[in-house]
Design a protein around this ligand. Structure first.
Ligand code: CTP
Ligand code: MG
Length: 234
């Protein structure tokens, strides 16, 4: 994507991290001396195509975000908005803050809990989005997949050859994402591409590295430390 093209990045960070089990939001957990959310922001702030970064946060976390960014170079590049009770509500709130900014042609959505996204993958997904209007990073399912219903005996095997795990960032032409969200009507979703698919737009899959994991449980943090070391602690 040419640098002249302006990408706004939405970073939903307004969860509570209930599965992580810390007293405070997991995005404040430290990884190589920096909170998780800051790893994400720094990766996008370093890209020439990125013009704005909006973090959706909960009101009770605002003070901590402001404090943690106070001495950082990213301070002037980020804005905060108030998130909502579901992830999609947080993204919708951040989208509203971008309303009226015609310089924003593309919108990337990236979980604050995915600190390991690599520059090459950002380049690939930005490029594919430009060609297709919508593109997401994804990684092929590697295990054998079973369909079973809890409490009922028996299961069946699902052909995994066409199955992918969705990652972020997910990148959309701004008008595509806006119109998908305009038709949301509270439909439960776990990523943004699902709304875009429902609105009838094709979403391209871009094979990204599985290292781009979402920190969900405490042990994911140890795995992330090991991956970062391998990359040389960037
Ligand atoms: N998120 C958000 N607003 C919400 C819920 C989630 O902005 N109402 C964000 C989280 O902060 C996280 C990302 O969406 O960066 C992915 O969500 P998830 O990993 O599920 O984080 P949490 O919801 O915080 O964790 P949990 O589901 O374990 O409570
Ligand atoms: Mg959640």
């Amino acid at each position: 994507m040419p640098a002249a093209q302006s990408i706004a990045v939405i970073i939903p960070a307004a969860g509570s991290g209930s599965r992580f089990g810390d007293a405070r939001n997991k995005v404040f957990a430290m990884l190589a001396g920096k909170p998780l959310w800051m790893h994400c922001v720094e990766r996008f702030a370093a890209r020439a195509e990125v013009s704005r970064i909006v973090l959706a946060i909960s009101e009770e976390d605002r003070e901590t975000f402001v404090q943690q960014s106070a001495r950082s170079a990213i301070r002037g590049k980020i804005a905060f908005c108030r998130g909502g009770s579901e992830r999609s509500d947080s993204v919708a709130a951040a989208l509203r803050t971008l309303d009226g900014d015609d310089s924003v042609q593309w919108i990337a959505v990236h979980d604050a809990a995915r600190p390991l996204v690599q520059d090459d993958d950002l380049s690939s997904v930005f490029e594919m989005a430009e060609q297709n209007g919508a593109a997401i990073l994804a990684t092929p399912i590697t295990g054998t997949v079973k369909r079973g219903v809890a409490g009922q005996g028996g299961c069946s095997t699902v052909d995994r050859r066409e199955l992918w795990t969705a990652l972020t960032p997910q990148v959309f032409r701004a008008d595509v994402l806006r119109s998908a969200y305009a038709r949301h009507h509270g439909f439960p979703v776990t990523d943004d591409a699902q709304l875009v698919e429902r609105a009838g737009y094709p979403v391209a899959l871009v094979h990204g590295v599985a290292d781009n994991l979402k920190i969900t449980f405490p042990e994911d943090l140890q795995l992330a430390e090991a991956i970062l070391k391998r990359y040389g602690n960037r």
